[in-house]
Ligand binder design. Sequence first.
Ligand SMILES: [Zn+2]
Length: 346
Amino acid sequence: MISKNLSNILDSLGFTSSNNSSPKDSNMYSVYNGYLTTVSCNSNKVFVYFNFRFIESDENNLKKYNISNSVSSMMNKYDISDYSITSTGLRITSACNDESIAELLDECTSLLLGHNVRGAEYCSECGNKFGSRNPKKVTINSENYIMCEHCAVMAIEDSKKIDNEPVNEDSKGKAKGVIFSVLGGIIGFFLYVLAYTVIIPWIKELKLGDVRYIFCALGCVVAVLAYFGYRIFCKKIDTTAYVTISISSLIFAALGQLIGSVLGFIAEGGYRFSSLLNKHFWLVHLRNTIPEESAGEFINRSAEFYKLFGISMLFAAIGTAIFILTLKEKSKPKIKEINIETLKLS
Ligand SMILES: [Zn+2]
């Protein structure tokens, strides 16, 4: 909640109270020095949010870096405990006294202006310039966004979609996510076994060359299965999701490559499965067991195995990384409250 003192100060700076939010989520906003700025408070901390559109580009990444450095150098002066700059604006958490807030706002907006960051003349969602029509102020969870009519309507549609989405019970959904991610990994593991005991020997018979390297891409397939196993049963994305999907992918790809190779070796040599009880059948892939004097007569299976193993793990890691990055993209903050009004810019 914004204190009376801060409210008076902001009032004198031309800020307005968002009248349609609950007192707990109260915030004040203004188009301050050309940027739609929101100020809200929570337990002696002031949150300042400058909303603007910052599309991904090399130039903007450099600007982001420079702005971030400048804010970092302001941390002591304004008692800033946290800040972030994203594609939709700059957020600052500060414990500065109320009297310093004007200075903080001035310093930040001149920093943005100094870097030619496009302000309230552009939609913060699509980046288009507002024509003669007045922009919309969209309040989402006590942060204000300036948008064109089209994007404001889309934001409302999105908030409806999120509201209607069935939300899994936290721990239950998570437990299911973990179990099915592991099951996905196990299916991937069996694909390795199938490849090494059936498909690769069959291709070998056709004399199409050594295709084992191609089958390392199964590492990626394991990652896909571990990912979908989790996502289908748990929509919530948090550390559990990241850890489960990564570990499940890497472990089952590793086991698939190792046990697949061993079983393939047994199938190829026509050995009985009981020979698995003999540790040498496992060691042949893990370390070079060929005596030096007869190195020329036998294939060095461990050297081959580690090459294949490395490639498989690389595929699993790349697959996991791709999915984890898309997860980040989708995990937007849940919309509790959304309000739209028309802003009149003077
Ligand atoms: Zn727009």
